[in-house]
Design a protein around this ligand. Structure first.
Ligand SMILES: CC(C)(COP(=O)(O)OP(=O)(O)OC[C@H]1O[C@@H](n2cnc3c(N)ncnc32)[C@H](O)[C@@H]1OP(=O)(O)O)[C@@H](O)C(=O)NCCC(=O)NCCS
Length: 378
């Protein structure tokens, strides 16, 4: 029998595969898509260009970018059966659960349902990126009893999402802020949801199954669900009039984790948080309501000083999304609106050089052979 060593809990430090999509240096606080620094992308790029970069491994030229924009716009449509499924969701259904179920159902109506080749998966990546944005905005209106807003195919992916959600074409500032948020959330190497997608794809299942698995993993509060948890804390502090630092101290005294802080990989500030902090501050001031930023900042200063834990991507995305007028339970679905670009890129990379992902468990149960005792003798 092979020598048994303790398995690293949570696969910490395990390198699970080769990948050419996302580079992270957790000690230096570097994040790059296809080698391009996230700060450059946040400052100069747009979400459509980032999709092309993730899916094709390089930046598009003008024609290619225009073509992708047109394809994304063309795919802003849902089968009527999907709309009726959205209408049938029970009133208490959480948008993230609805999204998970609908993405699975989208496969029934996909024109290439049975195809799993590279070209079909490129097209499915475009389709799913458009459809996920459509589903999140449409479900929000349906549950609020509002009429659906037809997509505007002349708008960017970000502007169209906000338009279909709110019914008004967003300001250039809101569109840019949301677009940067999508760029920052697009990929993050082997995070839990991406790994779930790759494990699913590696069985030679299909793109929709992989993305459904990823959405299930993203939902959890240790992953994408943290942004919703952050805002619930900000709200509780505001409603009770509590001092933000005392509130957080109370949570820590009860051995609770503070959502939006800490990271498995970064030992520095999460480079995405740098942009989101700035966005949260700018939007707070331009909207005349800096309250959420100010509460967040007080919490951050305390947690960094007291626990040496840095804010991660979820901490300032909470106040940013709220200031953009987005409901709390849409924060994690919006993470999916962006991350679908990375998930699909990883599925395609996995299939390009596939092998079943099947690790081993370090067995620590009763010693073999353990005797089977008949039921009458137990
Ligand atoms: C992100 C996260 C899941 C990483 O987890 P991990 O690498 O498994 O790290 P651990 O949970 O083992 O944490 C290591 C130590 O730091 C502490 N810690 C980590 N994050 C913390 C937080 N947000 N608040 C308070 N303490 C925290 C843990 O309690 C643990 O302390 P201990 O060694 O005294 O028990 C974790 O930091 C966390 O739960 N953060 C809050 C949720 C969140 O924001 N998730 C989004 C991530 S982008």
């Amino acid at each position: 029998m092979a020598t048994i060593t303790d398995a690293p809990k949570g696969l910490e430090g395990v390198t699970a595969a080769n990948s050419g999509i996302c580079y992270i240096d957790g000690d230096q606080g570097v994040l790059a898509y296809r080698g391009i620094d996230i700060h450059d992308l946040a400052d100069h790029s747009n979400f459509e260009e980032v999709c092309f970069l993730l899916w094709n491994g390089r930046l598009p030229n003008r024609t290619e970018l225009q073509e992708l924009k047109l394809n994304l716009a063309r795919e802003r449509k849902l089968d009527a059966s999907i709309i009726s499924l959205l209408r049938q969701a029970p009133k208490h259904a959480l948008p993230m659960d609805v999204l998970r179920t609908i993405v699975s159902a989208l496969s029934f109506y996909d024109p290439e349902e049975k195809a799993n080749d590279a070209e079909a998966n490129q097209r499915k990546s475009v389709r799913l990126t458009s459809q996920i944005a459509y589903v999140v905005s449409a479900y929000d209106r349906i549950r609020k009893g509002k009429p659906l807003v037809e997509p505007d195919r002349t708008l960017s992916h970000s502007a169209n999402f906000l338009y279909m959600l709110n019914g008004d074409v967003p300001s250039a500032t809101a569109e840019r802020a949301f677009d940067i948020a999508l760029i920052l959330h697009a990929d993050h190497e082997f995070n839990a949801s991406t790994f779930a997608a790759r494990v699913t794809a590696a069985t030679l299942s299909d793109m929709h199954s992989a993305i459904t698995a990823a959405i299930g993993a993203l939902k959890g509060p240790l992953h994408g669900g943290a942004n919703e948890a952050v805002f619930r804390i900000l709200e509780a502090i505001d409603a009770s009039g509590a001092d933000p630092v005392e509130y957080v101290k109370g949570m820590l005294a009860q051995k609770k984790k503070i959502p939006g802080f800490g990271h498995r990989v970064y030992r520095t500030e999460d480079p995405r948080a740098t942009h989101l902090r700035q966005m949260s501050e700018d939007l707070g001031h331009s909207s005349g309501n800096p309250k959420w930023f100010e509460i967040s900042r007080k919490i951050e200063q305390f947690v960094v000083g007291d626990r040496k834990l840095n804010a991660n991507v979820d901490f300032y995305s909470a106040s940013t999304y709220h200031t953009l007028g987005i409901d709390i339970d849409l924060f994690t679905p919006i993470f999916a609106v962006s991350r679908v670009s990375g998930w699909t890129a990883h599925v395609m990379e996995q299939l390009n050089d596939n092998r079943l992902i099947r690790p081993r468990a370090n067995y620590q149960g009763p010693i073999y052979p353990n005797r089977y005792v008949p039921i009458e003798k137990r």
